[in-house]
Design a protein around this ligand. Structure first.
Ligand SMILES: [Zn+2]
Length: 260
């Protein structure tokens, strides 16, 4: 289990290692998920999971709404929540697990960002969703980029770069994210792309924390799709909205006791 220290000051969260191998994602499965839910401080019925489709759709969890249904999971690659009684989660094997929390409001997001989602602007979309749903300003966000495949190991074809261009990313950005490898092969730096997209969305650079742990290099500790293939397990990134913001708001009456 890994935590990002600056993020832990804002919201309870963690990234799992190989020590926990959750079963299939359908909501009825409790294998491993019960342990993950318990670590997050909720029952497994309050652990929100989504059917990830490598897109940029957002699932909204709102305080006071009923527990997530155990029927079909919503299709989404980002979840935003203001409900401290629900832990929200994404699953990855090499893709980037991104967790966000608002240090004033305590609201959170969990994002699955592989190359397709990153090309589809899922990072910017998640930051925007926190703003629209809960009034979060990007300058109040703290971001943790968890273990994922690094530029050391992430070889891709030219069609991936073309997809970023087609999705409207600036050439300067694409040039920073892709570097030449053997023949027509390229290296993609998803850590850099995620950081740049967070900054472009207004998140302060000093509030972006990248673990810089490559899952393919450290397959002894983390699952890797590139190394292990389709049978690879999944790292789960989990975060739960704070009951109350944990970092004092210098401009607000955060030290006052709750009123009657
Ligand atoms: Zn590596």
């Amino acid at each position: 289990m890994l935590e990002c220290t600056p993020l832990s000051l804002v919201a309870p969260h963690f990234f799992t290692t190989r020590a926990i191998a959750p079963g299939p994602v359908h909501a009825a499965s409790v294998d491993g998920w019960q342990q993950i839910a318990a670590e997050a401080g909720v029952g497994v019925g309050r652990l929100c999971r989504v059917a990830q489709v490598h897109g940029a759709a957002v699932h909204y969890v709102r305080r006071g709404q009923p527990a997530p249904s155990s029927a079909a999971l919503p299709e989404a690659d980002a979840i935003v929540s203001d409900d401290p009684t629900v832990a929200v989660s994404v699953r990855v094997a090499d893709c980037v697990p991104l967790l966000l929390a608002d240090r004033r409001r305590g609201v959170v997001a969990a994002v699955h960002a592989g190359w397709r989602g990153t090309a589809a602007h899922v990072v910017r979309t998640a930051v925007g969703a926190l703003g629209r749903a809960f009034g979060s300003g990007p300058t109040d966000l703290v971001a943790a980029v968890g273990p994922s495949i690094g530029p050391c190991c992430y070889q891709v074809g030219p069609e991936v770069r073309a997809a970023f261009a087609e999705a409207g990313h600036a050439v300067d950005d694409i040039d920073r994210w892709f570097s030449a490898d053997v023949g027509d092969r390229l290296r993609l730096d998803l850590w850099r792309a995620t950081r740049d997209q967070l900054q472009a969305a207004g998140v302060p650079p000093e509030a972006i924390h990248v673990a810089r742990i490559c899952t393919a290099t450290h397959v002894d500790r983390f699952f890797s799709f590139r190394v292990e293939g389709a049978a690879a397990g999944r790292l789960v990134a989990v975060i739960r909205a704070a009951d109350a913001p944990r970092v004092a708001d210098p401009g607000g009456p955060s030290t006052l006791p709750p009123g009657p």
